[in-house]
Ligand binder design. Sequence first.
Ligand SMILES: *Cc1c(COP(=O)(O)O)cnc(C)c1O
Length: 463
Amino acid sequence: MKSKPFRNIPSVNELLESPPLQNMVERANRNVVVNGVRTFLDNLRQEMQTTADLPIPNPAELAERIVHWIQEDETPSLRPVVNATGILLHTGLGRAPLATEALQAVHDVSRDYASLEVDLATGQRSQRVTAVDKLLKQLTGAEASVVVNNNAGATLLALAALAAGKEVIVARGELVEIGGSFRLPEVMEQSGAVLHEVGSTNKTRITDYQNAITEHTGALLKVHPSNYVVTGFTEETHINDLIALGRKRHIPVIHDIGSGALLDFAQFGVEGEPLATESLRQGADVVLFSGDKLLGGPQCGIICGSQIWMNRIATHPLMRALRVDKMTLAALAATLRLYRDPKEAIHAIPLLRLLNTPVENLRQRAEKLSTQLATLPAFTTATPVDDISFLGGGSLPNQQLATVCVALVPASGSVNQTAAALRAADPAVFGRVHNNQLLLDLRTVSPSEDQKLLEAASQLALS
Ligand SMILES: *Cc1c(COP(=O)(O)O)cnc(C)c1O
C-alpha cells in the first residue's frame, strides 16, 4: 500500500540517470550502485513512515546524498583498531598482533612466487610444512609436526586420524565451550570418534580412565581447561599419570594445551600455563595448541608429537582440507625463528612485549595521556587509575596482570555512548566500561599507539 508522499520520491532509474550517480556507475561496479540506491530509498521510505512530514530533498540533492552514502559504506568493516580493553588475547580483536618480522615474511612470500612445496636444493616436490617443521621440532623437542587452520581444526584432525570409529576417553570437567558458542565436544564428535566422558564435573581420577578403557578405546585425551577454573573440592588427573596409563595399554595420549606457551610465562606473572615442551618430554604422544594465543603468531593450530602418530595425522584426508596457506606459514616461521633467542622473542613479539612492559612505564604514559585528554571538551575528567588486565583468549581467567588505565568521565551522554563513539572514530579505539567510567587500559596499547588514542578522542569533541 503506497501512501501519497512516496510519490514524491524519484524512481531508481531516474536517480541513476542523474549526473552524480551516472558518474559513479562509470567508475564503480553497477550492481553496487544500483543496490545502494535501492537500499537508500528503502531506508528513506521507512523513515517517512515513522517520522511525519520528513522533508524530501530534490532529486539532484538526493542523488548527491546517495553517492556520499554509498562511498561511506565502502569503508572496510575489517580495519585496524587500538585495543585499550586490557584483554591481551581478545578474540574479537584478532588475538595476537604480529611481529614486524612476521609481517615482512608474509609480504615477501606473497608478493612473489615462493618455495612453498619445492625443495630448493633438489627441485623436487616437498611438503609445505617443511618451512616450520624444523623450527617446531627444535623448539618443542617433538619428532614431527603439522600445522592446520586453528586448534579446533587440530583437535578434529588428531581425533579423526587416531580415533575415528573408536572411543576417546576424556574427563567430563574438561569438555569446554571455547567462545562463539563453539563447544569442543561438538567439534570432537565431527571427527567420527565417540566421546567417552569419565569422572564428575569437579573430580576425575586416573582410575576413572583405567576403568573406561576397552577394546574400543582409540585415545586418551586431556584438555587444558583454559577459559575457566574449577576451585574448591576438585581433583584432576595429571598428564603424567595419563601418559603412564596410555603407555601400559598401548593407547595414544593427546594433550590439548590450548594456549601454546613456548616459554615460561611465570616470568610475566602468569602461572600454570602448560608448555608443549614439558608435555612432550613427559611422553605425550600428540600435543595440540593455537598459534595466535600465547605464542603470539598467526591464527593456526599446531600439532606436535611422535613420528608414528604424526604420520597418521599428516596423511589423513582432512589434512588437505585444513592446511594453511603460505601467508600463515611465513608468519608462523618468522615468529618461531624469534623464539630461538627468548630475549629477542620478548622484545620482538608484540604480545610478549606488552606482557613484559613494567607498570611504571604504563603509569607514566597514563599520567601524560590523562593530562592531554582532560583538556578535551568531551570529558569532565581524565585520571590515571591502577587496575587489572586479563590475558583472555581462552587463557586462565584467574590470571591477573597489574595495569594502569586512563579513566574517562564523559562531559555529555552516557559512558556507553562515548565508548561507541570511540569505536566509530578513526582510528577505532576499544576501551572497557567499568563503574560508569570509560577505561583505556594501557597494558594492551603499544607506546606508539598513545597518539592514536588522543587522535580518536579529539574527534569526539567535534560531534
Ligand atoms: C582456544 C582453545 C581451543 C580452540 O583454539 P582455536 O585456535 O581458537 O581454534 C581449543 N582448545 C583449547 C584448550 C583452547 O584453549
